[in-house]
Design a protein around this ligand. Sequence first.
Ligand SMILES: [Fe+2]
Length: 404
Amino acid sequence: MGQRPPLTPDFYHYPEASIATVEISINKDALAVSWSDGTQLSCYYLWLQENDVSNGRVDHATREGLIDPADLDVELTLSSASVDPLGHLLVIWNNADTSRFHSGWLRHIAEGQHQPAAFLPQPSAWTATRLPAPPSHSVDHLFTSYENTAAWTLDLLKYGVTKLTDAPTASGYLKHLAAQIGPVRDSNFGALWDVKSEPAFAGKNDTNSTANTSHRLGPHTDLPTRETPPGFQFLHCLCNEAEGGFSTLCDSLAIIDHLAQAAPDLLEALTTLQWIFFNRGPALDHRWSGPIIDYTPGSIIPTIRAFYPVKAFPNMDDNDIPRAYEALRHFQTLAADPRFQIRFQLEAGDILCFDNRRILHGRDAFNQAQTRHLQGIYIDRDEIYSLARVTQRRATATLINTRN
Ligand SMILES: [Fe+2]
């Protein structure tokens, strides 16, 4: 036991938070840590073993646990617990081994900073009145400081959408941008895909997607045919000389709020009655069954499954089909209602970023005698959440990632 603070089972630096008292439970399988402001944390003895860096139960190089749960020592119980001179937790086990646990690390758990939602903003449902245009950030400044990256990701997660401006109009630029964000989510449309309509293609029917025509695309989310549809979608405008073709967005969270008040029976149908979605082709057969508003367990916000070209079958009792269609029609009508939907023209050099599982996107029909070329990639929510947490922590300078 030295004068240095104990190592933590991760690479973050935690401000010290001196513990006031420690009390072991009667059967010696848990202890309660308390701070002077009344905050408490209960620590089960096997959980303490798993996170014990002092006695080689956590690898020093990776800071990952080394104990297979099958090998946890249930006979190794707590003998005594106290606060060391630096304010950290000192445990003596019944085999006389000692362990120290960092007060700040324990405190961050007591405060819930270990939860997936920590360091992320609460989503803020928006209507066309609340958010007439996507929050705008210049790509020139996006990665010049942690503060700028944090500000962008916070907007992106709060509203589910941002517009990046001043991007080069070079084909493939999104790959360069993605390299600074996280791994790209690939699909059968390719890691980088084109949404392109040119006069040369007018009248030809050689595309594999409605997106590559000049037709209107109603409010939708991409790839509901997957168990987990792609998280964030990045649409880079390389060229837009077409009349019309306004982009549309609407926030499903605002529609859900509205339905909860105005039509809870329809909301219930949308969240419980399942539809089968599929993409079928000569060499692929993707299918998934889920409700239109899919509250996948553990997710902060629901996954909206809404793309009528690939919605194939009602997967419900026959008696439920009429109300399922009524709810679906109402949902799609609201998604295109000017109260909820914003419309704007993408310009060359713009990159629209949005949560594909939350925000319904679409576009008006346009004149196919003129060129419109977008490129897209997907990056899953996990990557954006991770970037937001890392940059938020670094921007606030409270925690520093170090391997030393
Ligand atoms: Fe789409």
